[in-house]
Design a protein around this ligand. Structure first.
Ligand code: DOR
Ligand code: ZN
Length: 332
């Protein structure tokens, strides 16, 4: 039985750190768990200029100086090549595409992805990665990801050199689709989509802390996500989509989508990989495949986890974390 585990300092290729007064807390909590993060741009206001990219990086670093900060910008308008180059210079490595209205702060999202093709063509030329929130607005909630896949396939055909990440993959169909597309297409996997199904949101009691987009789906979908990860497929790597919302924003008439997983993500993953007898694959999932896909050096710093039980607080930074109140087996 493992009692100690030395891991590379993890990368999180998809995290929400918000803005304003909340940013410092969320950045610090990310710094405690990860060495490197890719910050999402759906802040208020959104990150969609070279100036905003620069300022956001500075704000994150002011709170969490040891974090290596990689940035995204929101693909909700077309950009001139010069502006893309400047965003790249300021630390952006990817653009994030949100369809209109599918999730938190996507009221400025795009209704037709083809409208963004001029920028996507430039991104292919500049080797910027396209990150997709892959859900089709208006489709039945459990079918939104599956219905989006036609856009992913068309993007691949139109821009064969573009690197694309289907974020937070959550359905068997999407796992299959990503596997079948060329090597320049990958997917991030969240901790919550590895462990939850729709039952954990509405099956017994209503659990708003588990409500997120895309929705955790059926047992067969969870099984498909798990088999890609525990099969060691290099196209699937960690992006937690840790998305904190204050408790009162989630438990109200119109609750926000998002699971706050950053404080618990790595301990849960250690347990899950251990359960599957796949502990040897964990370091590639948390600090290998993602870096390779993004063409950045693999992390060399290490972190030691020990087997020692602890109880997840019921609230952290005003938000209810994933597995709040439950006992986890591993800690730093
Ligand atoms: O559940 C989610 N929350 N999914 C997303 O895509 C966005 C995120 C957020 O920003 O709260
Ligand atoms: Zn997200």
């Amino acid at each position: 039985m493992l009692q100690e585990l030395i891991l590379p300092l993890p990368d999180d290729f998809h995290i929400h750190l918000r803005q304003g007064l909340d940013l410092a807390n969320y950045a610090k909590s990310a710094e405690q768990q990860f060495g490197r993060i890719l910050a999402m741009p759906n802040t208020e206001p959104p990150i969609n200029s070279a100036e905003a990219v620069k300022k956001y990086k500075e704000e994150i670093l002011a709170a969490a100086p040891s974090l290596e900060v990689l940035l995204t910008f929101k693909l909700n308008k077309n950009y001139a090549e010069q502006e893309l180059l400047e965003m790249q210079k300021n630390g952006a490595i990817a653009a994030k595409y949100y369809p209109l209205g599918v999730t938190t702060n996507s009221q400025d999202g795009v209704s037709k992805i083809e409208d963004m093709y001029p920028t996507i063509e430039l991104m292919e030329k500049l080797d910027l990665v396209l990150c997709l929130h892959g859900e089709e607005p208006g489709a039945f909630c459990l079918d939104r990801e599956k219905e989006f896949l036609k856009h992913l396939e068309k993007l691949c055909k139109t821009f064969p050199k573009l690197r694309i990440v289907l974020e937070h993959v959550s359905s068997a169909e999407a796992v299959e689709c990503v596997k079948n597309l060329p090597q320049n297409v990958a997917a991030t996997v969240t901790v919550h989509h590895l462990i939850l199904t729709l039952n954990d949101i509405v099956g017994d009691s209503l659990r708003p802390q588990n409500f997120c987009k895309p929705l955790p789906k059926l047992p067969k979908d969870k099984a498909a996500v798990r088999s890609a990860v525990f099969g060691g497929d290099k196209k699937f790597f960690l992006g937690t989509d840790s998305a904190p919302h204050a408790l009162e924003k989630k438990e109200c008439l119109c609750g926000a989508a998002g699971v706050y997983s950053a404080p618990v993500a790595i301990p849960i993953l250690i347990e899950e990989f251990e359960k599957e007898n796949k502990s040897e694959l964990l370091s590639n999932f948390i600090a290998g495949f993602g870096a390779d896909f993004y063409k950045i050096p693999r992390q060399t710093k290490k972190i030691t986890y020990i087997k020692k039980e602890w109880q997840v607080p019921k609230i952290i930074d005003k938000a209810v974390p994933l597995k709040a109140g439950e006992v986890l087996k591993w800690q730093k």
